[in-house]
Write a protein that binds this ligand. Structure first.
Ligand SMILES: Nc1ncnc2c1ncn2[C@@H]1O[C@H](COP(=O)(O)OP(=O)(O)O)[C@@H](O)[C@H]1O
Ligand SMILES: Cc1cn([C@H]2C[C@H](O)[C@@H](COP(=O)(O)O)O2)c(=O)[nH]c1=O
Ligand SMILES: [Zn+2]
Length: 199
């Protein structure tokens, strides 16, 4: 029996489905999204990538990973715009999906129902570990879910949450290593305890 580690059918045959890549910050969500989208392009699929226009962290136009991998994208303000730009596409990628409105759930379903492969990447939880924006509902309706993990910067175990270093209670705060760190559950709890003690 021959076992392929990659399901190549996704890259060559037009078949509607929703794939969600989730995890903490630095877990490799964007790299995995870019990897799948670049492979789809090699397979001559018509690909479009969207990101929230407010995510200007590394670039206004491109989707960029923490390791500087990048791919051209279309920044948009509202999930409804995705439908306008996607009718002639085979594959649609969406990064930083946690920042989109709840309409994204219906948009992804409509695209997949129309035969488009939809690949969504986003944070599953905010810095307080509360499920983030439309991601929990997208996980529910997805055909396939991939949870990726960063390395806990305190102990080297697998990280599962994002700890905010910067003092701010706002839910949305763009940032990277100076503002956030990926931690395992035990180190996350320890950090919260230290913060309470130092108040
Ligand atoms: N603690 C960490 N654990 C794993 N990767 C890390 C860590 N800190 C920095 N990185 C870098 O982040 C990259 C993943 O970046 P990216 O795909 O943009 O993640 P995400 O989109 O999940 O935030 C890794 O390839 C690695 O180079
Ligand atoms: C946890 C958390 C994160 N953010 C912001 C910080 C970054 O700009 C993005 C996440 O980017 P990544 O590709 O997953 O590294 O989200 C936020 O606004 N609020 C939060 O609670
Ligand atoms: Zn740890």
């Amino acid at each position: 029996m021959v076992v392929f580690s990659e399901d190549h059918i996704q890259e060559t045959r037009r078949r509607g489905r929703i794939e969600v890549i989730c995890g903490s910050m630095f877990s490799g969500k964007t790299e995995e999204l870019i990897r799948r989208l670049k492979r789809a392009k090699f397979a001559r699929q018509r690909v479009e990538i969207f990101k929230p226009a407010m995510d200007t962290r590394y670039s206004e136009e491109e989707v960029v990973s923490h390791d500087s991998n990048s791919i051209a994208s279309t920044p948009i303000d509202s999930s409804a715009s995705i439908l306008l730009f996607s009718s002639d596409k085979d594959v649609v990628g969406i990064d930083e999906a946690q920042f989109f409105d709840e309409g994204l759930i219906d948009v992804c379903n409509q695209l997949a129902d129309n035969g488009i492969r939809v690949i969504v990447a986003g944070l599953d939880m905010d810095f307080k570990r509360i499920p983030f924006g439309p991601i929990p509902a997208l996980l529910a309706i997805a055909d396939e879910v991939t949870k990726v993990h960063a390395i806990c910067v305190k102990c080297g175990n697998l990280a599962y949450a994002t700890h905010r270093i910067t003092k701010s209670d706002k839910r949305v705060l763009l940032g990277e290593k100076a503002d956030y760190e990926p931690l395992c559950r035990a180190c996350y709890m320890e950090s919260l305890k230290e913060e309470t003690e130092n108040k």
